[in-house]
Design a protein around this ligand. Sequence first.
Ligand SMILES: [Fe+2]
Ligand SMILES: [Fe+2]
Length: 171
Amino acid sequence: MVSERIEKLINEQIAKEQFAAQYYLAMSAYFETLDLVGLAHYFRIQCKEELMHADKMFDYLNDVGGAVILQAIPAPEQNFTDVEDVFAKALAHEKEVTKSIVTIAKAAAEECDFATSSFLQWFINEQVEEEASASLYLNKIKMVKDNPSAMYLLDQELAQRVLTTDTGSQA
Ligand SMILES: [Fe+2]
Ligand SMILES: [Fe+2]
């Protein structure tokens, strides 16, 4: 049985993952307005990944006898200034999510809640990858932003992204 404190933190994290999905969908919509369909596709996949993260937490909370309490998801910002602005905000957002996961991991460690610690390890690893890819693409955008031909190629590269459904779930 999970503690009330951990239950609350995981419920908050479910909402944060759902908000991240909304935020990435807003970014995808922005790129659609620019006809950068590869970038739009990349963020659409990112949105789906975040929903899978929320589902993974939903399942875990049920598995350990916690109650899922869904929360209102705030509207995301949608007034992006340019392509670089979006990628910078995506990286900043992932860093916030990492902090939030670490907060839950600290609480689980304090409570000797080894099941939650083990569960969160997948998210800690995932955040390393999320920050690394957000940082990589932010740097690529900085390289190509003033060169339409290079941007065209990067858009094509990002159009190739495929949704990975391996969330480490044992179910
Ligand atoms: Fe996530
Ligand atoms: Fe993420």
